[in-house]
Design a protein around this ligand. Structure first.
Ligand code: MG
Length: 375
């Protein structure tokens, strides 16, 4: 059943905790819609197209990039919130912004940058996504960053260490007080996992690193494989793969909606604050699907993300990020003027943060070009 009105426990714009810098309302757009639009207009968003999800962009035109990944997250999340009576504009804003803080070269880039930053407060991609929208986007005359609403920022900051949470003010409070974010943030978080679990199966098969035979060890995959085989005994190649994956997505999304809806019916919450006060996340799969979903995630970790071919790329990425970081630390003048000026004003730790911001913002191809220029 599709509802038109927002449920009482959804994020309602009238009850928003607002923006850091007060702004007059827009004539024809709601506040969360405005957040979404600002994210789509941001420089960081455009860069996502040249940032690695798992496979480096130049390895092939059909692999997911951070941009297409973010679009898949948004569409899964929108489907879910529409049924549950949650706020669609908000979930779209969170989904489109959730990976803005990712470095070039995927997790390899982020892990390396975190190591480079170990004496200067570390590097976390979630926190970096928030830094991008709060500080690093330079677009508006009246304020730094995009000045997004509290609810969008709350959704972007998925995890955060206690130490960092203390420095973040009201947006960090929930990590200290062990509160939950709103339901839209919870949906975007799981939609992220649904998207990558499924598209990485597709990309892994396309790259020849995963086989259908091996994937059949996974219950989620095997059940849909068997169902497709029964219905289309002769189906082969890409069509077989697509048919299995679209059914896997459909199954987990349906399970997520049904399980969460049943919980919400049970809890009968009156507001987003009751969601925040509730002791654990409400948006969830059934136990069975949760088990199979986590198992597939582990399978991908072992067989795809740690595959020798992917590791080769990972090792190169590590070398490049380390080298870039060392060069800019040794001589900030290698960076563009604005970055160099800020870096030169501060102590080593402030300089390192500027360098991390600069390196994290790079696309894969820009990082490669810079690496070649400096070496
Ligand atoms: Mg993601």
């Amino acid at each position: 059943m599709l509802r038109s009105a927002l449920a009482p426990f959804a994020a309602h714009e009238e009850q928003s905790r607002g923006r850091v810098y007060t702004e007059a309302p827009a004539a024809y757009r709601g506040e969360f819609q405005r957040d979404r639009d600002r994210i789509v207009h941001s420089t960081g968003f455009r860069r996502l197209v040249y940032k690695t999800q798992v496979f480096v962009n130049h390895e092939g035109d059909h692999y997911r990039t951070r941009l297409t990944h973010s679009l898949e997250v948004a569409q899964i999340a929108r489907t879910v919130v529409r049924v549950l009576g949650l706020n669609e504009s908000l979930v779209e804003a969170i989904s489109l912004a959730h990976d803005l803080g990712h470095t070039p070269f995927g997790h390899a880039g982020q892990d390396t940058l975190n190591t480079c930053m170990r004496d200067y407060g570390g590097f976390e991609h979630n926190l970096q996504s928030l830094r991008v929208v709060d500080h690093l986007e330079v677009k508006y005359a009246d304020f730094p960053g995009l000045n997004l609403t509290f609810e969008t920022r709350e959704g972007i900051l998925k995890h955060c260490s206690t130490r960092n949470a203390r420095e973040l003010g009201e947006i960090g409070e929930r990590f200290l007080q062990r509160r939950q974010p709103g339901l839209e943030a919870q949906v975007a978080n799981i939609a992220d996992a649904i998207a990558y679990n499924n598209h990485d199966v597709d990309d892994g098969i396309r790259a020849g690193l995963l086989s259908i035979e091996k994937l059949r060890e996974q219950a989620l995959f095997d059940k849909q494989f068997s169902a497709v085989r029964r219905q289309y005994p002769d189906l082969e190649g890409r069509r077989l793969v697509y048919e299995i994956i679209r059914r896997m997505i459909n199954l987990v999304v349906t399970d997520l909606i049904d399980t969460t809806q049943a919980k919400l019916d049970d809890l009968n919450l009156a507001s987003i604050d009751e969601v925040r006060e509730y002791g654990s996340p409400i948006v969830s799969f059934s136990e069975q699907v949760q088990k199979e979903h986590v198992s597939l995630k582990g399978f991908l970790m072992k067989n795809l993300y740690k595959h020798d071919k992917v590791r080769e790329m990972t090792d190169k990425a590590q070398q490049m990020v380390e080298s870039l970081f060392a060069h800019y630390m040794a001589d900030p003048a290698h960076m563009p003027k604005e970055f160099c000026a800020t870096a030169s004003r501060g102590d080593a730790s402030e300089q390192a943060r500027v360098v991390a911001d600069y390196v994290a913002g790079m696309t894969d191809r820009y990082a490669i070009a810079e690496f070649e220029r400096l070496n």
